[in-house]
Design a protein around this ligand. Structure first.
Ligand SMILES: NC(=O)C1=CN([C@@H]2O[C@H](COP(=O)(O)OP(=O)(O)OC[C@H]3O[C@@H](n4cnc5c(N)ncnc54)[C@H](O)[C@@H]3O)[C@@H](O)[C@H]2O)[C@@H](O)CC1
Ligand SMILES: [K+]
Length: 479
């Protein structure tokens, strides 16, 4: 598992640890890890040209001390001092003593153009708002130069706690972060600016407390996958009911059923007008044309994909919500949701909106949901008393129970932004719910497998390709 902590938790942990170690020790641990990472990026340190963008705080201090270490190993290191009167004194002295030099920001672009590596030490967890103008032109010069950009702790300009980017920010190739991942490194849009992540252990773990965020890794997913046992019959493995599709959108029904079957459901019951199309593709489906409560026994329901917005669709959503098994509501089903009705359910509910659907549920603009994903998903979970999976470039899963870390999915890929891929995710996740995974686990394992399937399919893909690759993703996690 990867854990993320916000600024307050990091500062509190640092305070406790600092009281127990010699002054400056933490910064030296950070600088040593940072210099080692820069060495790996450069390949050869001796003779490399390195530029340190040094802001006024300890983030600049980390970068300057790392610069000093690289200078000792034979790199030509130039620090650009963004706040010349408030530069970290010890860091600058160490750099100069190691043979580095310092220049004014006006001279920055000329040295950056020739650099092999630029260290972004403008701001870290103490940064407020976007980059200031002098920093913007240096960040642009770094981006245009052929240098590798290594961000110290965070790409400067991003919000450490939320992943928001409120102005200009550095776009890094690698971010070397200290002690724990910050939400801004895991959640878009900021995460998209961080590049590859590298965590340096500075000894904070014992003091960090509960995580705010979690990102499942292969081993975590493997431990949650519901593999059948010798005694499993179809009910033990989970029968999932799918109420999806319409005359107009029968394809959504096929895709949701495909996702469910590929994710190991013991059986899939399909209810709705898309039965013919479903049977043509998946003859093993148990199809009925009546209403959900006549469909027979299921362990979880998926309702909504391609359902349309008709009185009949509303009745279907209402009936499914009246059931006493876990329910996943997606797509058109989300348009008809009453928070009180969802809160009053006896079994868990999982909502899976994309940013547009989340915006409609919240009464926000879509752009605000995309900019403030963490706040959006938490607000929805609290309002509906439901688990919420917010789809997007970084899919998030929030649970209504207080203090439960939000899960961030690490396997996304831009190729998933294809028509119908959400329908596959709903069937896949519904199948995990039917296998009795806790809704938060079902949602995060579903998102993980879905993203991994798309990655394994490599390149342009259709939603059916994603469904067809789920078994390969399952095996990949198991291997
Ligand atoms: N506290 C500690 O023990 C450790 C801190 N470390 C480093 O220290 C960083 C935090 O240091 P600080 O608290 O000094 O904060 P930062 O260095 O992140 O930034 C604060 C400084 O930047 C200025 N500033 C804020 N927003 C700005 C903006 N938009 N543009 C330009 N300047 C801006 C502030 O006036 C302040 O001087 C961490 O991110 C990490 O890199 C590491 O050395 C590990 C140990
Ligand atoms: K930084």
């Amino acid at each position: 598992m990867r854990y993320g902590h916000g600024v307050e938790a990091v500062r509190a942990a640092e305070g406790e640890l600092m009281a127990r170690v010699p002054e400056g020790a933490l910064m030296q641990r950070a600088a040593a890890g940072l210099a080692a990472a820069c060495g790996d990026v450069l390949g050869r340190v001796y003779g490399a040209r390195v530029v340190v963008l040094a802001g006024s705080g300890s983030n600049g201090g980390d970068a300057l001390f790392a610069g000093a270490r690289l200078a000792k190993r034979g790199a030509a290191v130039t620090a650009v001092l963004l706040a010349s009167d408030r530069t970290h004194e010890g860091g600058l002295a160490a750099l100069l003593a190691a043979g580095g030099r310092a220049v004014h920001p006006a001279d920055g672009p000329a040295v950056i153009t020739r650099a092999h590596l630029v260290l972004d030490g403008i701001t870290g967890i103490g940064g407020k708002g976007g980059l200031r103008p002098a920093a913007v032109s240096l960040a642009e010069a770094a981006y245009e130069a052929r240098a590798a950009i290594v961000a110290v702790d965070l790409p400067s300009g991003v919000d450490a706690d939320t992943g928001e980017v409120r102005g200009a920010a550095v776009r890094a190739d690698v971010t070397v972060t200290f002690g724990t991942y910050k939400p801004g490194l895991l959640i878009d849009p900021a995460a998209g600016l961080a590049g590859a992540l590298r965590l340096v252990d500075i000894g904070l773990d014992p003091y960090l407390g509960a995580a705010e965020l979690e990102a499942l890794q292969h081993a975590d997913v493997a431990a949650l996958l519901p593999d059948p046992t010798g005694e499993s019959d179809k009910y033990a493995r989970g029968v999932v009911g799918i109420a999806a599709g319409s005359q107009r959108y029968p394809g959504a029904a096929v895709l949701a059923v495909s996702g469910a079957l590929r994710a190991g459901a013991g059986a899939v019951r399909y209810v709705g007008p898309g039965g013919e199309a479903v049977l043509a593709r998946h003859p093993e489906t148990l199809v009925s044309t009546g209403s959900p409560h006549e469909a027979g026994r299921v362990q979880a329901w998926v309702v909504g994909p391609g359902l349309g917005d008709t009185p009949q669709a509303r009745t279907t959503v209402g009936e499914v919500l009246d059931s006493d098994v876990p329910v996943l509501v997606d797509a058109d089903g989300l348009r008809m949701l009453d928070p009180e009705r969802v809160r009053g359910r006896t079994a868990p509910t999982l909502l899976t909106p994309h940013a547009g659907e989340a915006a409609a549920l919240l009464g926000w603009d879509r752009a605000d949901v995309e900019a403030r994903r963490l706040e959006a998903v938490r607000t929805l979970a609290a309002r509906f008393g439901a688990t919420v999976l917010l789809k997007g470039s970084t899919t998030l899963v929030a649970d209504p129970r207080d203090g439960t870390p939000v899960r961030v999915n690490p396997t996304g890929t831009a190729w998933l932004a294809t028509a119908g891929s959400g329908d596959v995710l709903s069937g896949l996740t519904g199948s995990l719910l039917a296998a009795r995974l806790d809704p938060r686990d079902a949602a995060s394992v579903g998102a993980y497998l879905h993203g991994l399937s798309a990655r394994l399919a490599e390149g342009p893909l259709s939603a059916l390709d994603v469904a067809d690759t789920i078994p390969a993703a399952w095996r990949n996690v198991r291997s």
